[in-house]
Ligand binder design. Structure first.
Ligand SMILES: *[C@@H]1O[C@H](CO)[C@@H](O)[C@H](O)[C@H]1NC(C)=O
Ligand SMILES: *[C@@H]1O[C@H](CO)[C@@H](O)[C@H](O)[C@H]1NC(C)=O
Ligand SMILES: *[C@@H]1O[C@H](CO)[C@@H](O)[C@H](O)[C@H]1NC(C)=O
Length: 489
C-alpha cells in the first residue's frame, strides 16, 4: 500500500527540485563504512578506489585489520577502527588496553590517521551483562592507554543503536528510556571528559511508518511540526537527530558532539521501499547533512557521518543485509549518489564558493528594505513568504539572507551586488539550514535537493510535464533542460 505514492512521486521530486537548488556547498566531510563480509577486492585496491575515485575523506572499519590500516597509510583519510566486542572485558584492565594499542595502533599510527577508536559495537543490543558492565571501564582504560602511549588526541567512543524513546510528533520531548538513563549518563560523562563524540547508528529505515516511507527517504511528505518547539521537520533523519540531542540535553549533556557511525538505505529487500532510487535519494540527502547544515535544534552543527556501506556484502544473510552498498564488489555503482569524483552529480570543491548574507549588526528595518527592494526587481519571493521554505519562524536574517543571496547570485556574484548599503556581506561559509538551502552557482553545477517538492508543485507551477508520463519526464533528458522547463515553462 505504501508503494504507489512513493513510486509515483519520486521521479518528479528529483527533477523539479533541481530547479531551485543550483548549488552546492559540499564541504567534504563524509565517511563510509567499509565492511568486509563478502567476496571483495583486496584492501589496497579498495583504498585506492576510495582515495582516487570518491569524495569520502573518512573510513570506518569493524576491527583493526592490519592490511586495511596499512593500505590506508599516507592517504590522509581519517580512519575509525573498532575493538571487537569480545575484547571488552579484558580491555577493562589498563595493561591489556596498552598492549592492544601497542599491537593495533602504534604500528600504523601517523602514516595512517586513526581518528576514533570504537570500543565494541552497539553493546546494549547484545544484552550481555559482562560486556555491558565492562564497556565504560574498557573505554576509560583505552583512553588512559592511549595517553600513556603518547596519543592523547586519539578519541575513544562506542556506537549505540538508536534506543532513545522517540517522540515522532515532538522530537524535542524524546528521552532516554528510564532503565538506560544511568548507563547513558555515564557514557556521556566519559564522552565529555575524553572530548569524544556520542556515536549513534541512525536508521529511519528501521523506524519508519510503512505508510509514510517518503518521510524517511527525504521524499515529499507532510512536514511534522514539533508540538512543543514548533520547529518543522520535513524528514525523519533530522527529527531523529534532534530526538537524540534532546535526550542528551535532558541529562545535561547537550554540549557533547554527536557522530553518526552508521546510516543508509538498502537498494533491495523484500519490501517495496527498498529501491535504488530510494537509497539514492536517502544518501544524497545524508551527504548534504554532512556539510554542517545542522538541524532545527542544532543549527550549523558539525556532525561526522558515516554512510553504511561502501559495498554490497554477499557474505551476509538476508536480501536487505546484502544490499546496503553504494558499490558492487567490482566498484561499479549500485546507483549514483554523487560520491564519485568527476561524476555528473559529484559535489564540487567548496573552497571558492560564496554567498551573500545579512550582516550580523544589520537592523530589521534595513533588512526589510532589502527584501522589498529585491522583490520589486522581478525576483521570485515565494520562498520567503508564508509557507515558503525559508520563511523560517519569521526569522528576518534567514529571510533577508536568502533573498539577498538570490539577487547576488543573479548578478554573477559581483561584490557590489551584496553591498545593500552596507548591510550585506559576502561569506564562504554556507548559510543554509536544514530546511532553507541557500543556493550557490559558483561553477554552475547542479545538485539535487529533495525536501521541498511539495512547495514547488504547490506554487502554481505545473508539475505534470516532469511527472511520469509527462513530456519531460525521461530521466535521460539533460538535467538543465528539465530545470529550465520548470523554471520558465
Ligand atoms: C581528520 O580529522 C581531523 C581531526 O578531527 C580533522 O582536523 C581533519 O580535518 C580531518 N580530515 C579529513 C580529511 O576529514
Ligand atoms: C595524560 O597524561 C598526562 C601526562 O602524561 C597527564 O597529565 C594527564 O592527566 C593524562 N590524562 C589522562 C586522561 O589520563
Ligand atoms: C557599500 O555601500 C556603502 C553605503 O552606500 C558605501 O559607503 C560603501 O563604500 C560600499 N561598499 C562597497 C564595498 O562598495
Amino acid at each position: 500500500m505504501a508503494t504507489t505514492p512513493h513510486f509515483f512521486s519520486l521521479p518528479s521530486l528529483l527533477i523539479a527540485s533541481v530547479v531551485i537548488f543550483l548549488l552546492s556547498s559540499v564541504a567534504s566531510a563524509i565517511g563510509v563504512n567499509y565492511g568486509t563480509l563478502g567476496n571483495l577486492p583486496p584492501p589496497q585496491q579498495v583504498v585506492d578506489f576510495i582515495k582516487t575515485k570518491t569524495i569520502f575523506d573518512s573510513v570506518k572499519i569493524y576491527d583493526a585489520n592490519p592490511d586495511i590500516l596499512r593500505a590506508l597509510a599516507g592517504t590522509g583519510i581519517n580512519v575509525t577502527i573498532m575493538v571487537p566486542n569480545g575484547n571488552i572485558p579484558a580491555m577493562a584492565n589498563v595493561e591489556n588496553a596498552r598492549q592492544w594499542v601497542a599491537a593495533n595502533v602504534l604500528p600504523f599510527h601517523q602514516q595512517t590517521k586513526i581518528k576514533y577508536i570504537c570500543v565494541g559495537n552497539e553493546i546494549l543490543l547484545t544484552k550481555d551483562n559482562n560486556l555491558i558492565s565492562n564497556l565504560i571501564p574498557a573505554m576509560q582504560s583505552l583512553h588512559k592507554a592511549l595517553n600513556i602511549s603518547g596519543l592523547p588526541d586519539m578519541k575513544v567512543t562506542t556506537p549505540h543503536a538508536f534506543t532513545v524513546g522517540y517522540n515522532l510528533n515532538a522530537p524535542s520531548q524524546s528521552r532516554f528510556n528510564d532503565d538506560q538513563k544511568d548507563f547513558f549518563a555515564k557514557i556521556l560523562e566519559f564522552n565529555r571528559q575524553a572530548k569524544s563524540p556520542f556515536m549513534i547508528s541512525a536508521y529511519p529505515y528501521f523506524m519508519m511508518d510503512p505508510n509514510n516511507v517518503n518521510y524517511a527517504i527525504f521524499g515529499p511528505s507532510n512536514a511534522i511540526t514539533d508540538t512543543k518547539t514548533e520547529h518543522t521537520y520535513n524528514n525523519m533523519f533530522d527529527s531523529v537527530m534532534d530526538a537524540t540531542y534532546s535526550a542528551m540535553n535532558a541529562l545535561g549533556y547537550g554540549d557533547v558532539d554527536i557522530a553518526v557511525g552508521e546510516t543508509g538505505w538498502p537498494s533491495a529487500c523484500d519490501a517495496a521501499w527498498c529501491t535504488p532510487q530510494n537509497a539514492e535519494n536517502y544518501n544524497l540527502n545524508i551527504i548534504k547533512r554532512a556539510q554542517n547544515i545542522g538541524t532545527p535544534l542544532m543549527p550549523n552543527r558539525h556532525i561526522d557521518i558515516y554512510i553504511f556501506a561502501l559495498f554490497n556484502e554477499d557474505g551476509k544473510s538476508g536480501t536487505a543485509e546484502k544490499n546496503w552498498g553504494l558499490f558492487k564488489p567490482d566498484f561499479s555503482p549500485v546507483y549514483n549518489v554523487g560520491v564519485l569524483r568527476g561524476g555528473e552529480t559529484s559535489p564540487p570543491p567548496s573552497s571558492s564558493e560564496k554567498w551573500c548574507v545579512a550582516k550580523q549588526e544589520a537592523t530589521d528595518a534595513q533588512l526589510q528594505a532589502n527584501i522589498d527592494w529585491v522583490c520589486s526587481q522581478g525576483i521570485d519571493c515565494k520562498n520567503i513568504s508564508p509557507g515558503g521554505i525559508c520563511f523560517d519562524n519569521n526569522n528576518m536574517k534567514t529571510r533577508s539572507s536568502f533573498i539577498m543571496n538570490v539577487y547576488y547570485q543573479s548578478k554573477g556574484g559581483s561584490e557590489d551586488a551584496c553591498n545593500f548599503s552596507g548591510s550585506g556581506v559576502v561569506t564562504t561559509t554556507n548559510p543554509s539550514t536544514s530546511t532553507c538551502v541557500i543556493q550557490n552557482m559558483e561553477d554552475g553545477s547542479i545538485h539535487m535537493e529533495t525536501t521541498n517538492i511539495d512547495w514547488v508543485c504547490s506554487q502554481g507551477i505545473d508539475c505534470k510535464p516532469i511527472s511520469p508520463g509527462g513530456t519531460c519526464s525521461e530521466f535521460e533528458i539533460n538535467m538543465q533542460t528539465r530545470a529550465s522547463f520548470i523554471q520558465y515553462g
